[in-house]
Design a binder for this molecule. Sequence first.
Ligand code: HAM
Length: 427
Amino acid sequence: MPASQEVSARKVLRAPVGTRDVLWPESRRWEALVATFARRARLAGYGLLLTPVLEDAGLFRRAVGDESEVLRKEMYELTDRGGRTLALRPEGTAPVVRAFVQHHPPVPWKVWYVTPAFRYERPQAGRYRQHHQVGAEALGSDDPDLDVEVIALAAGFYAELGLQGIDLSLGSMGCAADRPAYVRALREHLTERREMLCEEHRDRFELNPLRVLDCKRPQCLAVTTDAPKMLDFLDEPCVTHLGRVRQGLDALGIAYRIDARLVRGLDYYTRTTFEFAAVSLESAQNAVGGGGRYDTLAEAIGGPPTAGIGFGIGIERLLLACDAEGCFAASPCAPEVFVVDVTGGAAARDLSAELRAAGFAALRAYDDRSIKAQLKLADRSRAHYAVIVGPREIEDQTVTVRSLREGKQTTVRREELAEWLRREPLD
Ligand code: HAM
């Protein structure tokens, strides 16, 4: 092997820039977070949907829009060995709508998902190249009550995690009937101020002026502060829709503020848009969830006209917000029992299998360690009880149960151990 290759073979490989491993016990929070979301989604009638992480790149081109940042700069595209252009999903909605169009399930079709999403962004705290989302989508109805239901699902989830500082912004992107007039007015406003825009948008704003509203650079912010507002251009049905959503949120006691600038970074939105921001996080990365309606998306990707609405919540950011607020800590994951076997290991093998079958979390040591070493491991595992098996216990068909918290010890008949553990309160 040439010397240069030898060196690289020995180099420690790391996860790619902007991605991270989630190790145990941190992953316990992920488990609990997803379980909490799954339960709330199920209560509201949403079923789990799994779709491939790879999709035809054309799906996102049509759904997310060629002019969005996600498409122009961030999507991971690859050509497979069969010459197909595929993309690692940058977001979760387009695949759901693709699955809907492909399988035409009965409507309303309400699904939830948990998924990695890939965006080639500049990595920093709260911004990753692979992040994860839990999300929900409801297809087949443009009833404003569905908008309220979807927003309430997200809001209730944040509350159940214990988060208090979550602000909800609500807007409307209008529809095919009222948006063109707005886009014309915005284009005019921007054209008159072209020289003041940031370099990128000076050249591109004509392709999709709405993207300038999403630009965080001070030059664009200055130009858009007094730009025409979509909310002033909404037609009657869109005004009524927004009014019904507001009424519903008020009725459910969900606080929000109207944000006339809320355009969101993806191009498929119509009517309702919303975003949840964590006040405890830095403003550049404080969006812990967002979503909206996409009543023309199914059609845009070749399906029948079908209204839809949903949201995605960034798990990493959500956990950062929980850290900042000191809520939703990892619950300790102490096993109930640690089997200490000083007869060679067979008893530990059999007893831990029996206890697990009876529903107890049971650990054991390996490699025939000394009793001292095994008890040390039992202590470190924070188990409630050490169940000790020595030659005498084998002879008597018993086990010695030692409470690792209180130090008390007792002898229990082996066949009664599971029953005994069930009766004994776990300290
Ligand atoms: P999004 O706003 O692009 O919407 O992403 C949803 C959430 O994912 C964000 O609010 C944020 O919490 C998290 N997120 C996005 N990018 C990153 C990143 N690079 N690093 C860490 N977290 C990130 C969507 O993706 C839409 N599919 C939401 C939706 C569902 N709209 C309708 N239905």
